[in-house]
Write a protein that binds this ligand. Structure first.
Ligand code: GLU
Ligand code: ZN
Length: 310
């Protein structure tokens, strides 16, 4: 079903749900440097299927941010909402194999039924309330339902940054949603269909997605296709230890650009946070290529305060 390719192929996969901040820039920079140092092709993919969260104009701003930073790409932008039929094909395949079942649970139902402690990112573990249903039961349901994938086990994998990963199956949240409602595939399904269809060989992304990877590997097993190498890199956080957000001050790339910062200044700052420069100094993405190494990136999240950049 999916092409297999020898040529290294990476992707940048931003979600147009708001302005990109320096944490996003750091991850894209690492992804770009890793790709370009292997002479990989890069595809830019706009992950806009989560429509309630998508913001008008955000995708254009992302392209502007990436160009300004000096992060180029060879293919795309590819827009996920234009690829629904591919995701529908994959869902059909999962249904034919009875690997999914219709789930009518609301968030409230799940929170109530779940005895397991809530997971930090994933919410409560799905208690399996609807798992006894088969695919054909969907026709008898008279309320909205999602399609859930039957999880059995969490595949281990070798992360290109964190090393061997053995994630406890309980930490991946149980049977997970692959299709939210009419016309709305879930992230886990869309990302696997796209990475496989594009022949992506390397995925560099934030390590908040580490627990998504076993789910994506299960989908590769179900759908066929060669899983990429995964490299999960630490996030940028605020001084309170939480993910970078508005309350931490303005760390948006667009704001820095509008304030007159030069891209080389920001790249040099990010390069310093990754251990490629001894101190922040202006440098272009091209000039950074020979200095790029994954090993020097600190294991811990980088703690950012906006005063660092003034
Ligand atoms: N679109 C996702 C994000 O911006 C990234 C997904 C991925 O890299 O797999 O968080
Ligand atoms: Zn359910």
């Amino acid at each position: 079903m999916f092409p297999s390719t020898q040529k290294p192929h990476a992707r940048l996969a931003p979600s147009p749900t708001g302005s990109q901040h320096i944490g996003n820039a750091r991850t894209y920079l690492i992804a770009w440097l890793s790709a370009r140092s292997q002479e990989a092709d890069i595809t830019l993919r706009i992950e806009d299927i989560d429509s309630p969260r998508v913001k008008a104009g955000a995708a254009d701003l992302i392209l502007e941010d990436l160009r300004w930073l000096g992060l180029d790409w060879d293919h795309g932008p590819i827009i996920q909402t234009e690829r629904l039929s591919l995701y529908e094909d994959a869902l059909r395949k999962l249904k034919a194999a009875e690997l999914v079942y219709p789930c009518t649970c609301t968030r409230g139902d799940i929170a109530e039924a779940a005895s397991a402690p809530h997971l930090e990112h994933e919410g409560p573990v799905y208690p399996g309330t609807c798992a006894k249903r088969s695919v054909s039961d969907a026709a008898t349901l008279h309320r909205p339902y999602a399609w859930r994938f039957r999880v059995n086990g969490a595949p281990e994998f070798m992360d290109g940054f964190h090393g061997p990963m053995h994630i406890d199956p309980r930490n991946i949240g149980g049977d997970f949603v692959v299709w939210k409602s009419a016309q709305t595939p879930a992230y886990q399904l869309a990302v696997v269909v796209d990475d496989a269809a594009m022949g992506i060989t390397e995925v560099v992304r934030g390590d908040d997605l580490l627990t998504s990877t076993p789910r994506q590997l299960l989908l590769y097993q179900a759908l066929g296709g060669q899983a990429p190498k995964y490299i999960h890199v630490p996030l940028v956080i605020g001084p309170d230890g939480r993910r970078l957000a508005k309350r931490h001050g303005d760390a948006r790339i667009a704001s820095l650009r509008e304030a007159g910062m030069k891209p080389a200044t920001l790249i040099g700052f990010l390069a310093w946070t990754c251990g490629w420069l001894a101190k922040p100094a202006p440098i272009t993405t091209r000039d950074l290529l020979p200095l790029f190494r994954l090993e020097t990136i600190p294991r811990e999240a980088f703690v950012f305060t906006p005063t660092m950049l003034v």
